[in-house]
Design a protein around this ligand. Sequence first.
Ligand code: PHE
Ligand code: ZN
Length: 886
Amino acid sequence: MRDPVPQVTYLKDYAPPAFLITSVDLDVDIEDEFTRVRATLALQRNPRSADSAAPLVLNADELELEAIALNGAPLPASAYAVEANRLTISSVPAQFALTTVCKIYPKQNTKLMGLYASKDGYFTQCEAEGFRRITYFIDRPDVMARYSVTIHADQATYPVLLSNGNLVASGDASHQEGKTPARHWARWEDPFPKPSYLFAMVAAKLDKLEDSFVTRSGRNVGLQIYVEPGKLDQCGFAMQALKKAMRWDEEVFGLELDLDQYMIVAVGDFNMGAMENKGLNIFNTKYVLARPDIATDGDFMHIDRVVGHEYFHNWTGNRVTCRDWFQLSLTEGLTVFRDQEFGADLYSRPVARIQEVRGLRAAQFPEDAGPMAHPVRPQSYMEISNFYTATVYEKGAEVVRMIHTLIGRENFRKGMDLYFRRFDGQAVTMDDFVQAMQDASGTDLAQFRRWYDQAGTPVLEVSSAYDAPSQRLTLTVKQSCPPTPGQPDKLPLHIPFAVGLVGGDGDDIALQLEGEGRPGGATRVLSLKSSEEHFVFVSVGQKPVPSLLRSFSAPVILKYPYTSEELTHLLARDADAFNRWEAGQRLALDILLRAISTLQAGTEPVFRESFVAAVARVLADGPTDPAFAAEALSLPSEVYLAEQMKMVNPDAIHAARVRLRRHLAHSLRAEFAAMYVRQRVAGPYSPDADPAARRSLRNLCLGYLMELDDPEVRALCMEQFDRADNMTDAMAALAALANCDCPERAQALDRFYAKWRGEPLVVDKWLGVQATSRLPGTLTQVIRLLSHEAFNMRNPNKVYALIGGLRSNQVRFHAADGAGYHFLADQVIALDALNPTVAARMARGFDRWRKFDAVRQSHSRSALERIRDTRGLSKDTFEVVSRALA
Ligand code: PHE
Ligand code: ZN
């Protein structure tokens, strides 16, 4: 017997809530085996609701009702109905107080949604629909209320009691009757009305790092970071990140913190990266804890970005929030854009852009081409947790960036100011945001809005014609967008298309469009609006190489018939750093695709010498911008290569990429070795951009040298591993060794584990590096690690490292015998019973199954069907697998 198919929620069905909640008084009593929650809600009918006689319906999830009273009088059983996921009271006055008392079981809460127990105490996660797992509520973002919260718990075990806002009272109840050992309580009040998804509370044993910040209007704000006891030496960087973010938001957006106190709490069990609860952010430890010996340069950078991200949400998310979950990208896309800009200002702007685009191509483009494709504003969902996606976040940020590009920085700032003036304290839509941008800039964004509703990655096909006698260059641009589930036909989008023309000397040619009196600028943002457009540049004295889509001005696939000479020229000379990188990627892509088909035909590929020469030049230039060089010298990923193929051959892709890396290593051994020496960073470790950039280039060189399979290089690698005073260098060496079938491999892995088994975040790295190893035995090793003491299915970070690592290891996951698929299905089924959010995220590993050959398809189909037919499957996982099978 099949479980009933879960209900679908549609954007078109949105209606304002029938009731509003003005205030919430929560009393949370944490006992050993359960927690009792007493909630008093001040309710009133919503004048904006069309249904003035609607019953009161409160959401609920795994709550045990103990008592219910209306205006203080207990309700008779006939007055209300309790169902699995709701509580209905059919007849209520226009305004009233409702009190409910319920029991919940945080220690059994493996979903990590609502109130749950972790190693050091109790934590909450309420976005998107977790608050209903704490108490009966109208759990939707357009219901905003003022909260006061009293928490009671055992004093010795849970000395820290926190909630949003300000601490207004606390005390102890040591000798309360019948309660041993001693208990205490704390009462918090949040002055800002907020949606329930921003509620948070903590009762735990934690250490606290304190600091303060003076805002530009002169207010002194107390800052606290709470972490597991003994880890205070790992939170200094996060504190600095917070202060940098606070200053940056004042300087760039004129936005100041509105609170007297700002708290961050780190917890090891967390489904996502972090959560922007008002005044009380809860973070995955991964984005708080760092010390040079346990965190890599990448980890430090991510901490800056995530701390910034959650802080920026205080305005873009909390002060102005979403009307409904279809508008999620209103807050997420905008906040990712803000954290990207913050990162670009802290580190290298072009390199940040390159990394964003790599990420987009690795995750969002495949998503947009697969069964889970959805617009930035989805039109329906079964489970909203499935829509915290690369599309909502990263493509959403690209859409904001395109507005920025189209209207310019100053107008964008004006638009932000107007947005806050209009909507502060409200729950609004993406249309409201775009309208503010349109009104502030005077730019018509009507057609632009299609970006929010159309899924799929648009394709730009560009061609050029140069006419020497008339000195005219004509660019022809055709746009199209492939069909996606539920959207067979697409309309043309408004696309900002940044172009430059690079002359033979490498300099930009001043751009003058036909009809313009004089040339202006070296980069022009063309506004594409129809399916085919022509742009004529005049006074172009020589045949240039077009530099198209500079800085990746739109999230599209660009096709242009570049010759390898043109790409080599752009790689060496384009003024746009992003396009220099892009030219290198295109050259490599071209060579790799050719090598793949050669290998598929059963012959060995031969690589062009001109490519090696181009690589050598980039490497030689490395010292001028090592971070850029490291990016430029990294070949396109296997996943990206797969996306370029009609039918994916993961073995040929892997083999071609390894062959090319080996070829480069053999041809440029001396150069890599010299650069490895030259980029050594002297002095004590610092995660700053400059030394981090040198390490990235140096470790890239080490990676290539390790392709030589030479005992001398392995000794060098082992030496780096043993001597490193920082995790960046240790991990780079370990990752290289993990890919190598050599005796040093096991030694390094064993030593690493012995040294770090007490640091969970480092153990995650150890699991991850084994799961992403290219060696053929990887799946077997991953299966073994499932029962290692280091692994724990209940901890999302462990799952992401080990199971997620294997899932992203294209050549091993897509093994022809289907073992990878079988493995993932087993894990998804096991996880689903514990944590559906995480299970569904893992199940996304099947997204691209239809791009593989018939044998692989039959294996993945049976794996997917096996998951789908599991009894009691969550709607999270059901949605993912049923869409994959559709
Ligand atoms: N809102 C969080 C963010 O900053 C993400 C999140 C979503 C965290 C759902 C937990 C649960 O992006
Ligand atoms: Zn966010």
